[in-house]
Design a protein around this ligand. Structure first.
Ligand code: APR
Ligand code: PHB
Length: 389
């Protein structure tokens, strides 16, 4: 069987790419290991950059996001028991939208299926071949798909990255993880609160007017069983407290889990007609919620590059893909590292902790410093459009 683009992985990256290619008249097949229900209910971050929102809206998959997403014009940094608001609207004239990643995934799957896409779930034996030719193949379930381009959108644990020639990786693991909860409780704050407390970092986020999403910094080797619901709430109350009488509303927990924190960048993002994007190529720690936004920014560049290649035989955009994508990846990697270092407690490194507090004081006191945070948080401008023509 032939297709133009074979995409491995139906996370946000693979699904959006398939959609953007379709809008350019390019057909694709998406192969996903998990079942549809699993990918639609996987709880991940929930902050969409200004440009992500515009791209989803412009390409016709933003209706539910516009109806249900919560537009935020700023965020709160809390340290030394005081709150400091970073006003995105005023500083950079941008906003962010709080809307869960799995909601974006649901919207993309619904739209792809309505457009007649070939989306295959529960395909767990994908193998990539023919990489020395200009007709690479993807084999799965005894069937071989021959394509013009194969895209590895298969996340950090995928199989595509290992096929890249001359692969080099740089990474950093952090000494802490995030314990995340989803609670059936109305948010206790109108905007996200990033709190640095002596006991560690805490984040108050949300999913809807009745669902709260929160995180606690815990040691990297922490065991979830050691965290009873009571212990989680008690620690959230302590770390989120401020001198203005902030109160936290509790509710039944719907989900809890521990996520490790790492920074990771693998280059190149292409070899011949195989390319990687999203988590398959790079990971950022979740502080600042860049993961999905960065994956979708890769896809924007990639859809443009594949459009040029398959529509007009232009090799230049395709060849430039890794370099174009990596410029944004490294700036987001820096931002995510910076937010992480500034907000987490090192404990065994008093020098790092004093520097982090000085950074927070700088952001709270200096308009240029706050604008720098706001610019990256709401999303750097894109270098180019998503559509080749
Ligand atoms: N065959 C088929 N599918 C695979 C394979 C495989 N061998 N390996 C992995 N997959 C699938 C996974 O099941 C998953 O659904 O690829 C998909 C990758 O999706 P994500 O991990 O969501 O990655 P991506 O689309 O790049 O989105 C990045 O996800 O991890 C978060 O914070 C990150 O928000 C960011 C986003
Ligand atoms: C989330 O809502 O899950 C979230 C929000 C902001 C972050 C990370 C995660 O920085």
């Amino acid at each position: 069987m032939r297709t133009q683009v074979a995409i491995v992985g139906a996370g946000p990256a693979g699904l959006l790419l398939s959609h953007l290619l379709h809008l350019q008249g390019i057909e694709s097949v998406v192969l996903e290991r998990r079942d549809r229900d699993y990918v639609e209910s996987r709880v991940r971050a929930g902050v969409l950059e200004h440009g992500t929102v515009e791209m989803l809206r412009e390409t016709g998959v933003g209706a539910r996001m516009d109806a249900e997403g919560m537009v935020h014009e700023g965020t709160i940094l809390r340290f030394d028991h005081h709150s400091h608001r970073v006003d995105f609207r005023e500083l950079v004239d941008r906003t962010i939208t709080v809307y869960g990643q799995q909601e974006v995934v649901k919207d993309l799957i619904a739209r792809r299926l309505a457009d007649g896409a070939d989306l295959r779930f529960e395909v767990d034996d994908v193998a990539i071949g023919g990489l020395d030719t200009d007709r690479p193949t993807v084999t799965a379930g005894g069937e071989t798909l021959s394509a013009d381009v194969v895209v590895g959108a298969d996340g950090f644990h995928g199989i595509s990255r290992e096929h890249l020639k001359g692969l080099e990786t740089v990474d950093r693991t952090y000494a802490f993880s995030w314990l995340g909860i989803l609670a059936e409780a109305p948010p206790s704050t109108a905007e996200l609160v990033y709190a640095r407390h002596e006991n560690g970092f805490a984040l108050h986020s949300m999913r809807s007017p009745s669902i709260t999403r929160m995180y606690l910094q815990v040691p990297a080797d922490e065991v979830l069983a050691d965290w009873s619901d009571d212990r989680i709430w008690s620690e959230l109350h302590t770390r989120l407290a401020d001198d203005d009488g902030f109160t936290l509303t509790e509710g039944p927990l719907l989900d809890k889990g521990i996520t490790p924190m790492r920074s990771f960048v693998a280059t190149p993002m292409q070899t011949g007609r195989l390319v990687t994007c999203g988590d398959a190529a790079h990971i950022v720690p979740p502080t600042g919620a860049k993961g999905m936004n960065l994956a979708l920014a890769d896809v924007r560049v990639l859809s443009h590059a594949i459009g040029g290649l398959l529509t007009d035989g232009r090799e230049d955009l395709f060849e430039a893909y890794t370099d174009t994508a990596l410029r944004r990846v490294w700036r987001a990697t820096w931002f995510s590292w910076w937010m992480t270092s500034m907000l987490h407690v090192q404990g065994d490194d008093p020098f790092a902790d004093r520097l982090a507090l000085a950074q927070l004081a700088q952001v709270a006191a200096s308009r240029p410093a706050a604008a720098m945070l706001a610019e990256s948080y709401t999303g750097l401008p894109y270098e180019q459009g998503w559509s080749y023509r």
